[in-house]
Design a protein around this ligand. Sequence first.
Ligand SMILES: [Zn+2]
Length: 131
Amino acid sequence: MKDSICKDFEKTVEEYLIRHQSILDLLSKAQETNARLNRAITKAVTQCGCIEVNAKKPQFPENSSLATMKSVLSSHLSGHLCEHCREMVEQELGKNLFYLTGLCNALGLSLEDVLEKENKKVKTLRMFNMT
Ligand SMILES: [Zn+2]
């Protein structure tokens, strides 16, 4: 049977993660790659300009339902990532996933199990998940 992409990725990370085996290296690399991901998104706004951030506090009508509240919420983003920025964000996201998967492996956790549990939890919470 063919592995899922998650299982396949877990194995690939396991095979190639030789230099950063220590949990300390994995933790700091996961944090570093997360910072680089944030930086790539920030640069798409401040240096390229393909996306813009227009943020303000959401105004909820009184006694609004959860559905109404959700419709009022916004990503505060406009525009779309250009080809270059998309590539940079995807690259940094991939590196971040690599080290997150390395953390899973080091701790004896399965990325696929983590995803399945979170997927199930979010599906159960549905509208109540406002995070
Ligand atoms: Zn761009």
